[in-house]
Design a protein around this ligand. Sequence first.
Ligand SMILES: Cc1ncc(COP(=O)(O)O)c(C=O)c1O
Ligand SMILES: N[C@@H](CCCC[NH3+])C(=O)O
Length: 438
Amino acid sequence: MQLRGTMRINERGHLEIGGCDVVDLAREFGTPLYIFDEDLIRANCRKFTRAFVQKYGNAEVIYAGKAFLTTAMCRIIAQEGLGLDVVSGGELYTALKAGFPPARIYFHGNNKSKEELLLALEVGVGRVVVDNFLELETLSRLAVERGQRVPILLRVTPGIEAHTHEYIRTGQIDSKFGFTLPGGQALEAVKKAQGLPGIEYKGLHCHIGSQIFQVEPYRYAAEVMMDFVEEILKVMGLVTEELDLGGGFGIAYVEEDDPQPIEVFAEVIMAAVYDEAEKRGLKLPKVIVEPGRSIIGPAGSTAYTVGSIKNIPGVRKYVAVDGGMADNIRPALYGARYEAILANKASAPATEVVSITGKCCESGDMLIWDIPLPPVEPGDILLMPCTGAYGYTMASNYNRLGRPAAVLVKDGQADLILRRETYEDLLRCDVVPKRLEK
Ligand SMILES: Cc1ncc(COP(=O)(O)O)c(C=O)c1O
Ligand SMILES: N[C@@H](CCCC[NH3+])C(=O)O
Protein backbone atom coordinates (compact mmCIF):
# COMPACT_ATOMS: atom_id res chain seq x y z
CA MET A 1 0.00 0.00 0.00
CA GLN A 2 1.27 3.46 -0.86
CA LEU A 3 1.95 5.67 2.17
CA ARG A 4 0.45 9.13 1.65
CA GLY A 5 1.32 12.50 3.21
CA THR A 6 2.74 12.11 6.71
CA MET A 7 2.00 8.36 6.92
CA ARG A 8 4.88 6.22 8.14
CA ILE A 9 5.45 2.95 9.93
CA ASN A 10 6.84 3.59 13.43
CA GLU A 11 9.12 1.65 15.75
CA ARG A 12 6.18 -0.34 17.13
CA GLY A 13 5.41 -1.54 13.60
CA HIS A 14 2.25 0.56 13.68
CA LEU A 15 0.98 2.96 11.09
CA GLU A 16 1.33 6.58 12.03
CA ILE A 17 -0.37 9.64 10.50
CA GLY A 18 0.53 13.21 11.44
CA GLY A 19 2.85 11.82 14.10
CA CYS A 20 -0.05 9.95 15.76
CA ASP A 21 -0.08 6.17 16.12
CA VAL A 22 -3.30 4.99 14.45
CA VAL A 23 -3.73 2.22 17.06
CA ASP A 24 -3.62 4.85 19.82
CA LEU A 25 -6.07 7.05 17.92
CA ALA A 26 -8.47 4.12 17.60
CA ARG A 27 -8.18 3.46 21.33
CA GLU A 28 -8.68 7.12 22.29
CA PHE A 29 -11.44 8.13 19.86
CA GLY A 30 -13.02 4.76 19.02
CA THR A 31 -13.74 3.37 15.56
CA PRO A 32 -14.83 3.85 12.84
CA LEU A 33 -12.74 7.00 12.84
CA TYR A 34 -12.00 9.40 10.00
CA ILE A 35 -8.42 10.64 10.32
CA PHE A 36 -7.40 13.80 8.45
CA ASP A 37 -3.77 14.71 7.82
CA GLU A 38 -3.64 18.50 8.19
CA ASP A 39 -0.21 18.87 6.58
CA LEU A 40 -1.40 17.00 3.51
CA ILE A 41 -4.61 19.06 3.21
CA ARG A 42 -2.55 22.24 3.33
CA ALA A 43 0.10 20.86 0.96
CA ASN A 44 -2.61 19.99 -1.56
CA CYS A 45 -4.15 23.47 -1.30
CA ARG A 46 -0.73 25.01 -1.85
CA LYS A 47 -0.02 22.74 -4.80
CA PHE A 48 -3.14 24.12 -6.53
CA THR A 49 -2.33 27.71 -5.59
CA ARG A 50 1.22 27.38 -6.94
CA ALA A 51 0.14 25.62 -10.14
CA PHE A 52 -2.71 27.96 -11.06
CA VAL A 53 -2.53 31.27 -9.16
CA GLN A 54 1.15 31.87 -8.51
CA LYS A 55 2.21 30.63 -11.92
CA TYR A 56 -0.44 32.37 -14.03
CA GLY A 57 -1.82 35.21 -11.92
CA ASN A 58 -5.31 35.67 -13.29
CA ALA A 59 -6.72 32.50 -11.73
CA GLU A 60 -8.55 31.35 -8.61
CA VAL A 61 -8.83 28.01 -6.84
CA ILE A 62 -12.05 27.28 -5.00
CA TYR A 63 -12.42 24.18 -2.88
CA ALA A 64 -15.52 22.07 -3.62
CA GLY A 65 -17.06 21.66 -0.17
CA LYS A 66 -19.22 18.71 -1.21
CA ALA A 67 -16.10 16.54 -0.89
CA PHE A 68 -15.75 17.25 2.84
CA LEU A 69 -17.02 20.23 4.77
CA THR A 70 -16.94 20.96 8.46
CA THR A 71 -16.28 24.12 10.41
CA ALA A 72 -12.61 23.19 10.91
CA MET A 73 -12.22 22.39 7.21
CA CYS A 74 -13.67 25.80 6.27
CA ARG A 75 -11.09 27.43 8.55
CA ILE A 76 -8.22 25.61 6.85
CA ILE A 77 -9.50 26.50 3.39
CA ALA A 78 -9.91 30.14 4.39
CA GLN A 79 -6.42 30.23 5.90
CA GLU A 80 -4.96 28.74 2.72
CA GLY A 81 -6.54 31.57 0.73
CA LEU A 82 -8.81 29.40 -1.42
CA GLY A 83 -12.39 30.19 -2.36
CA LEU A 84 -15.25 27.82 -1.55
CA ASP A 85 -17.86 26.13 -3.73
CA VAL A 86 -21.08 25.34 -1.85
CA VAL A 87 -24.12 23.56 -3.26
CA SER A 88 -26.79 23.98 -0.64
CA GLY A 89 -28.07 26.20 2.13
CA GLY A 90 -26.53 23.76 4.60
CA GLU A 91 -23.05 24.03 3.11
CA LEU A 92 -23.43 27.81 2.89
CA TYR A 93 -24.57 27.97 6.52
CA THR A 94 -21.58 25.87 7.63
CA ALA A 95 -19.20 28.18 5.81
CA LEU A 96 -20.79 31.30 7.25
CA LYS A 97 -20.75 29.89 10.79
CA ALA A 98 -17.08 29.11 10.31
CA GLY A 99 -16.50 32.75 9.42
CA PHE A 100 -15.64 32.02 5.80
CA PRO A 101 -15.62 35.30 3.83
CA PRO A 102 -18.89 35.31 1.80
CA ALA A 103 -17.24 37.17 -1.09
CA ARG A 104 -15.05 34.09 -1.70
CA ILE A 105 -18.06 31.75 -1.87
CA TYR A 106 -19.50 30.40 -5.14
CA PHE A 107 -23.03 29.09 -4.80
CA HIS A 108 -23.78 26.07 -7.02
CA GLY A 109 -26.75 23.72 -7.33
CA ASN A 110 -29.21 22.60 -9.99
CA ASN A 111 -32.34 23.22 -7.93
CA LYS A 112 -31.66 25.97 -5.43
CA SER A 113 -34.70 26.90 -3.39
CA LYS A 114 -35.99 30.45 -3.02
CA GLU A 115 -34.81 30.37 0.61
CA GLU A 116 -31.32 29.30 -0.44
CA LEU A 117 -31.13 32.07 -3.03
CA LEU A 118 -32.34 34.60 -0.48
CA LEU A 119 -29.68 33.55 2.00
CA ALA A 120 -27.05 33.88 -0.74
CA LEU A 121 -28.27 37.41 -1.50
CA GLU A 122 -28.51 38.40 2.14
CA VAL A 123 -24.95 37.41 2.96
CA GLY A 124 -23.55 38.55 -0.39
CA VAL A 125 -21.89 35.45 -1.79
CA GLY A 126 -19.21 36.17 -4.37
CA ARG A 127 -20.96 34.42 -7.27
CA VAL A 128 -24.18 32.53 -7.80
CA VAL A 129 -23.58 29.87 -10.44
CA VAL A 130 -26.95 29.80 -12.16
CA ASP A 131 -28.02 26.43 -13.50
CA ASN A 132 -31.37 26.96 -15.24
CA PHE A 133 -34.00 29.46 -16.47
CA LEU A 134 -36.24 29.18 -13.41
CA GLU A 135 -33.33 30.03 -11.15
CA LEU A 136 -32.33 32.96 -13.35
CA GLU A 137 -35.82 34.45 -13.14
CA THR A 138 -36.20 33.82 -9.40
CA LEU A 139 -32.78 35.28 -8.65
CA SER A 140 -33.54 38.37 -10.72
CA ARG A 141 -36.86 38.90 -8.95
CA LEU A 142 -35.34 38.45 -5.48
CA ALA A 143 -32.37 40.70 -6.27
CA VAL A 144 -34.67 43.45 -7.55
CA GLU A 145 -36.90 43.16 -4.47
CA ARG A 146 -33.81 43.61 -2.31
CA GLY A 147 -32.39 46.40 -4.47
CA GLN A 148 -29.33 44.33 -5.30
CA ARG A 149 -27.38 43.40 -8.41
CA VAL A 150 -26.05 39.85 -8.13
CA PRO A 151 -22.92 38.73 -9.96
CA ILE A 152 -23.44 35.38 -11.66
CA LEU A 153 -21.76 32.68 -13.70
CA LEU A 154 -23.90 30.56 -15.99
CA ARG A 155 -23.42 26.82 -15.80
CA VAL A 156 -22.98 25.37 -19.26
CA THR A 157 -23.08 21.71 -20.31
CA PRO A 158 -20.46 21.65 -23.03
CA GLY A 159 -21.25 18.24 -24.48
CA ILE A 160 -18.05 16.49 -23.40
CA GLU A 161 -17.87 12.88 -22.32
CA ALA A 162 -15.04 12.36 -19.85
CA HIS A 163 -14.04 8.79 -19.10
CA THR A 164 -15.24 8.16 -15.60
CA HIS A 165 -18.11 6.37 -13.87
CA GLU A 166 -21.40 7.39 -15.53
CA TYR A 167 -22.90 8.67 -12.28
CA ILE A 168 -20.04 11.13 -11.77
CA ARG A 169 -19.89 12.33 -15.36
CA THR A 170 -21.60 15.66 -15.83
CA GLY A 171 -20.40 17.39 -18.98
CA GLN A 172 -22.27 15.28 -21.55
CA ILE A 173 -25.41 16.61 -23.23
CA ASP A 174 -27.72 14.16 -21.49
CA SER A 175 -27.17 15.65 -18.02
CA LYS A 176 -29.42 17.30 -15.47
CA PHE A 177 -26.90 20.09 -14.94
CA GLY A 178 -26.70 23.45 -16.65
CA PHE A 179 -27.63 25.06 -19.96
CA THR A 180 -26.79 22.85 -22.92
CA LEU A 181 -24.29 24.43 -25.30
CA PRO A 182 -24.98 22.47 -28.49
CA GLY A 183 -28.40 23.53 -29.73
CA GLY A 184 -28.23 27.11 -28.44
CA GLN A 185 -29.79 26.85 -24.96
CA ALA A 186 -26.67 28.30 -23.34
CA LEU A 187 -26.65 31.32 -25.67
CA GLU A 188 -30.31 31.87 -24.93
CA ALA A 189 -29.41 31.87 -21.21
CA VAL A 190 -26.73 34.53 -21.67
CA LYS A 191 -29.20 36.69 -23.61
CA LYS A 192 -31.81 36.24 -20.92
CA ALA A 193 -29.31 37.05 -18.15
CA GLN A 194 -28.33 40.25 -19.98
CA GLY A 195 -31.95 41.32 -20.23
CA LEU A 196 -32.90 40.66 -16.63
CA PRO A 197 -32.67 43.36 -13.95
CA GLY A 198 -30.65 42.62 -10.83
CA ILE A 199 -28.36 40.22 -12.68
CA GLU A 200 -24.73 40.93 -13.53
CA TYR A 201 -23.24 38.47 -16.02
CA LYS A 202 -19.64 37.75 -15.08
CA GLY A 203 -18.91 34.58 -16.96
CA LEU A 204 -19.33 30.89 -17.57
CA HIS A 205 -18.93 27.66 -15.68
CA CYS A 206 -18.63 24.05 -16.74
CA HIS A 207 -17.72 20.85 -14.94
CA ILE A 208 -17.07 17.81 -17.08
CA GLY A 209 -17.06 15.15 -14.37
CA SER A 210 -15.13 13.76 -11.47
CA GLN A 211 -12.16 11.42 -10.92
CA ILE A 212 -10.73 12.23 -14.37
CA PHE A 213 -7.17 11.05 -15.01
CA GLN A 214 -6.44 12.54 -18.41
CA VAL A 215 -5.85 16.13 -19.46
CA GLU A 216 -7.51 15.93 -22.89
CA PRO A 217 -11.11 16.42 -21.71
CA TYR A 218 -10.02 19.63 -19.94
CA ARG A 219 -8.16 20.91 -22.99
CA TYR A 220 -11.23 20.22 -25.07
CA ALA A 221 -13.54 21.84 -22.50
CA ALA A 222 -11.37 24.97 -22.47
CA GLU A 223 -11.50 25.14 -26.29
CA VAL A 224 -15.25 24.62 -26.46
CA MET A 225 -15.90 27.19 -23.75
CA MET A 226 -13.58 29.77 -25.34
CA ASP A 227 -15.39 29.22 -28.62
CA PHE A 228 -18.59 30.09 -26.77
CA VAL A 229 -16.92 33.14 -25.18
CA GLU A 230 -16.17 34.33 -28.73
CA GLU A 231 -19.72 33.64 -29.87
CA ILE A 232 -21.12 35.66 -26.95
CA LEU A 233 -18.84 38.57 -27.87
CA LYS A 234 -19.75 38.41 -31.55
CA VAL A 235 -23.49 38.00 -31.11
CA MET A 236 -24.02 40.27 -28.11
CA GLY A 237 -20.88 42.38 -27.77
CA LEU A 238 -20.61 40.99 -24.26
CA VAL A 239 -17.24 40.27 -22.62
CA THR A 240 -16.92 37.13 -20.50
CA GLU A 241 -14.63 38.04 -17.64
CA GLU A 242 -14.52 34.72 -15.83
CA LEU A 243 -14.27 31.12 -16.93
CA ASP A 244 -14.77 28.43 -14.30
CA LEU A 245 -13.70 25.03 -15.58
CA GLY A 246 -14.88 23.03 -12.57
CA GLY A 247 -13.10 20.31 -10.63
CA GLY A 248 -12.79 16.60 -11.20
CA PHE A 249 -9.00 16.07 -11.05
CA GLY A 250 -8.49 12.38 -10.38
CA ILE A 251 -6.53 10.79 -7.53
CA ALA A 252 -4.91 7.37 -7.05
CA TYR A 253 -7.10 5.23 -4.81
CA VAL A 254 -5.22 2.05 -5.72
CA GLU A 255 -1.80 1.49 -7.21
CA GLU A 256 -3.06 1.00 -10.77
CA ASP A 257 -4.68 4.45 -10.77
CA ASP A 258 -2.45 6.82 -12.66
CA PRO A 259 -3.83 10.37 -12.77
CA GLN A 260 -1.82 13.23 -14.22
CA PRO A 261 -0.23 15.49 -11.59
CA ILE A 262 -2.02 18.77 -10.76
CA GLU A 263 0.81 20.76 -12.33
CA VAL A 264 0.15 19.04 -15.66
CA PHE A 265 -3.61 19.65 -15.45
CA ALA A 266 -2.85 23.32 -14.70
CA GLU A 267 -0.42 23.72 -17.59
CA VAL A 268 -2.79 22.16 -20.09
CA ILE A 269 -5.83 24.12 -18.92
CA MET A 270 -4.06 27.46 -18.74
CA ALA A 271 -2.24 26.94 -22.04
CA ALA A 272 -5.52 26.04 -23.76
CA VAL A 273 -7.28 29.15 -22.43
CA TYR A 274 -4.31 31.43 -23.29
CA ASP A 275 -3.97 29.93 -26.80
CA GLU A 276 -7.65 30.19 -27.54
CA ALA A 277 -7.80 33.78 -26.26
CA GLU A 278 -4.86 34.76 -28.42
CA LYS A 279 -6.08 32.90 -31.50
CA ARG A 280 -9.49 34.53 -31.27
CA GLY A 281 -8.31 37.95 -30.12
CA LEU A 282 -10.26 37.70 -26.87
CA LYS A 283 -9.59 39.29 -23.50
CA LEU A 284 -8.10 36.64 -21.24
CA PRO A 285 -10.77 35.59 -18.74
CA LYS A 286 -9.92 34.85 -15.14
CA VAL A 287 -9.70 31.06 -14.88
CA ILE A 288 -11.30 29.35 -11.90
CA VAL A 289 -10.99 25.69 -10.88
CA GLU A 290 -12.98 23.81 -8.24
CA PRO A 291 -11.04 20.83 -6.89
CA GLY A 292 -12.66 18.79 -4.14
CA ARG A 293 -11.43 15.21 -4.17
CA SER A 294 -7.84 16.08 -5.14
CA ILE A 295 -7.49 18.32 -2.07
CA ILE A 296 -9.14 16.23 0.63
CA GLY A 297 -9.33 12.66 -0.76
CA PRO A 298 -5.77 11.48 -0.09
CA ALA A 299 -5.62 13.45 3.18
CA GLY A 300 -8.36 11.37 4.83
CA SER A 301 -8.35 7.74 5.98
CA THR A 302 -10.81 5.60 7.90
CA ALA A 303 -9.77 3.37 10.81
CA TYR A 304 -12.01 0.40 11.59
CA THR A 305 -11.84 -2.40 14.14
CA VAL A 306 -12.04 -5.91 12.77
CA GLY A 307 -14.85 -8.02 14.24
CA SER A 308 -16.28 -11.26 12.95
CA ILE A 309 -14.46 -13.27 10.31
CA LYS A 310 -16.29 -15.78 8.14
CA ASN A 311 -14.22 -18.22 6.17
CA ILE A 312 -15.91 -20.18 3.38
CA PRO A 313 -13.16 -22.66 2.44
CA GLY A 314 -12.34 -22.52 -1.25
CA VAL A 315 -14.69 -19.57 -1.75
CA ARG A 316 -13.85 -16.47 0.27
CA LYS A 317 -12.89 -15.11 3.66
CA TYR A 318 -15.12 -12.23 4.79
CA VAL A 319 -13.56 -9.88 7.31
CA ALA A 320 -16.20 -7.65 8.89
CA VAL A 321 -15.36 -4.22 10.26
CA ASP A 322 -17.39 -1.93 12.52
CA GLY A 323 -18.41 0.46 9.73
CA GLY A 324 -19.15 0.01 6.03
CA MET A 325 -21.49 1.52 3.49
CA ALA A 326 -22.94 3.92 6.09
CA ASP A 327 -19.61 5.73 6.39
CA ASN A 328 -18.34 5.04 2.85
CA ILE A 329 -20.99 4.45 0.20
CA ARG A 330 -18.56 4.75 -2.72
CA PRO A 331 -17.72 1.05 -3.22
CA ALA A 332 -21.43 0.14 -3.19
CA LEU A 333 -22.46 3.11 -5.32
CA TYR A 334 -19.69 3.30 -7.90
CA GLY A 335 -17.77 0.06 -7.47
CA ALA A 336 -14.99 2.30 -6.13
CA ARG A 337 -11.77 0.53 -5.13
CA TYR A 338 -9.59 1.14 -2.10
CA GLU A 339 -6.46 -0.22 -0.43
CA ALA A 340 -6.11 -1.16 3.23
CA ILE A 341 -3.44 -1.85 5.82
CA LEU A 342 -3.59 -3.40 9.27
CA ALA A 343 -2.42 -0.44 11.36
CA ASN A 344 -1.26 -2.69 14.23
CA LYS A 345 0.64 -5.04 11.87
CA ALA A 346 1.80 -2.44 9.38
CA SER A 347 5.10 -4.07 8.48
CA ALA A 348 3.90 -7.68 8.53
CA PRO A 349 3.88 -9.40 5.12
CA ALA A 350 0.61 -10.25 3.39
CA THR A 351 -0.19 -13.95 3.64
CA GLU A 352 -3.85 -14.24 2.68
CA VAL A 353 -6.45 -12.70 0.42
CA VAL A 354 -9.60 -11.54 2.19
CA SER A 355 -12.63 -9.37 1.45
CA ILE A 356 -13.59 -6.49 3.74
CA THR A 357 -17.26 -6.17 4.50
CA GLY A 358 -19.25 -3.75 6.63
CA LYS A 359 -21.84 -4.30 9.34
CA CYS A 360 -24.92 -3.11 7.45
CA CYS A 361 -27.77 -5.45 6.73
CA GLU A 362 -27.02 -5.53 3.02
CA SER A 363 -25.03 -8.01 0.93
CA GLY A 364 -23.73 -5.11 -1.16
CA ASP A 365 -22.11 -3.62 1.93
CA MET A 366 -18.60 -4.47 0.76
CA LEU A 367 -15.66 -2.11 1.23
CA ILE A 368 -12.94 -4.07 -0.56
CA TRP A 369 -13.03 -7.29 -2.56
CA ASP A 370 -9.98 -9.57 -2.53
CA ILE A 371 -7.15 -7.76 -0.81
CA PRO A 372 -3.91 -9.40 0.35
CA LEU A 373 -3.30 -8.80 4.08
CA PRO A 374 -1.27 -10.30 6.93
CA PRO A 375 -3.23 -12.81 9.05
CA VAL A 376 -6.29 -10.87 10.21
CA GLU A 377 -7.77 -11.32 13.68
CA PRO A 378 -10.68 -9.77 15.56
CA GLY A 379 -9.49 -6.57 17.24
CA ASP A 380 -7.04 -5.62 14.50
CA ILE A 381 -7.23 -1.99 13.35
CA LEU A 382 -7.78 -1.83 9.61
CA LEU A 383 -7.02 1.48 7.95
CA MET A 384 -8.46 2.39 4.55
CA PRO A 385 -6.60 5.38 3.13
CA CYS A 386 -7.88 7.92 0.63
CA THR A 387 -11.39 8.14 2.10
CA GLY A 388 -11.25 11.89 2.73
CA ALA A 389 -13.51 12.86 -0.17
CA TYR A 390 -17.19 11.91 -0.35
CA GLY A 391 -16.88 9.59 2.65
CA TYR A 392 -18.27 11.59 5.55
CA THR A 393 -20.29 13.89 3.27
CA MET A 394 -22.15 10.94 1.75
CA ALA A 395 -22.43 9.04 5.03
CA SER A 396 -25.83 7.97 6.30
CA ASN A 397 -27.46 6.63 9.44
CA TYR A 398 -28.49 3.44 7.65
CA ASN A 399 -29.38 0.75 10.21
CA ARG A 400 -29.33 3.59 12.74
CA LEU A 401 -25.57 3.62 12.85
CA GLY A 402 -24.16 6.87 14.21
CA ARG A 403 -21.82 8.74 11.92
CA PRO A 404 -18.17 8.28 12.96
CA ALA A 405 -16.00 10.88 14.63
CA ALA A 406 -13.25 12.68 12.73
CA VAL A 407 -9.88 13.87 13.99
CA LEU A 408 -7.37 16.26 12.51
CA VAL A 409 -3.82 15.11 13.12
CA LYS A 410 -0.64 17.16 12.98
CA ASP A 411 2.79 16.90 14.61
CA GLY A 412 1.71 14.23 17.07
CA GLN A 413 -1.47 16.02 18.10
CA ALA A 414 -4.98 14.79 17.34
CA ASP A 415 -7.95 17.14 17.60
CA LEU A 416 -11.56 16.15 17.27
CA ILE A 417 -13.26 18.00 14.38
CA LEU A 418 -16.45 15.93 14.32
CA ARG A 419 -17.70 14.14 17.36
CA ARG A 420 -19.17 10.68 17.02
CA GLU A 421 -22.96 10.57 16.80
CA THR A 422 -24.55 9.01 19.87
CA TYR A 423 -27.76 7.00 20.21
CA GLU A 424 -29.34 10.22 21.49
CA ASP A 425 -28.27 12.02 18.29
CA LEU A 426 -30.10 9.36 16.34
CA LEU A 427 -33.30 10.28 18.16
CA ARG A 428 -32.92 14.04 17.94
CA CYS A 429 -35.34 14.45 15.00
CA ASP A 430 -37.84 11.81 16.11
CA VAL A 431 -41.28 13.11 16.98
CA VAL A 432 -43.95 10.98 18.66
CA PRO A 433 -47.51 11.98 17.69
CA LYS A 434 -49.87 12.44 20.64
CA ARG A 435 -51.91 9.39 19.75
CA LEU A 436 -48.81 7.16 20.06
CA GLU A 437 -47.70 8.56 23.37
CA LYS A 438 -49.02 5.75 25.55
C1 LIG B 1 -19.79 21.74 -10.12
C2 LIG B 1 -18.76 20.91 -9.45
N1 LIG B 1 -17.59 21.50 -9.11
C3 LIG B 1 -16.64 20.80 -8.48
C4 LIG B 1 -16.79 19.47 -8.17
C5 LIG B 1 -15.68 18.78 -7.45
O1 LIG B 1 -15.26 17.66 -8.11
P1 LIG B 1 -14.01 16.83 -7.57
O2 LIG B 1 -14.25 16.52 -6.15
O3 LIG B 1 -13.98 15.65 -8.42
O4 LIG B 1 -12.80 17.71 -7.77
C6 LIG B 1 -17.97 18.82 -8.51
C7 LIG B 1 -18.17 17.38 -8.26
O5 LIG B 1 -18.00 16.58 -9.14
C8 LIG B 1 -18.98 19.57 -9.17
O6 LIG B 1 -20.14 19.00 -9.48
N1 LIG C 1 -19.60 11.81 -4.99
C1 LIG C 1 -18.84 11.37 -6.11
C2 LIG C 1 -18.47 12.39 -7.09
C3 LIG C 1 -19.53 13.34 -7.50
C4 LIG C 1 -19.10 14.67 -7.10
C5 LIG C 1 -20.09 15.75 -7.19
N2 LIG C 1 -20.39 16.25 -8.51
C6 LIG C 1 -17.71 10.47 -5.67
O1 LIG C 1 -17.66 10.05 -4.58
O2 LIG C 1 -16.86 10.14 -6.43
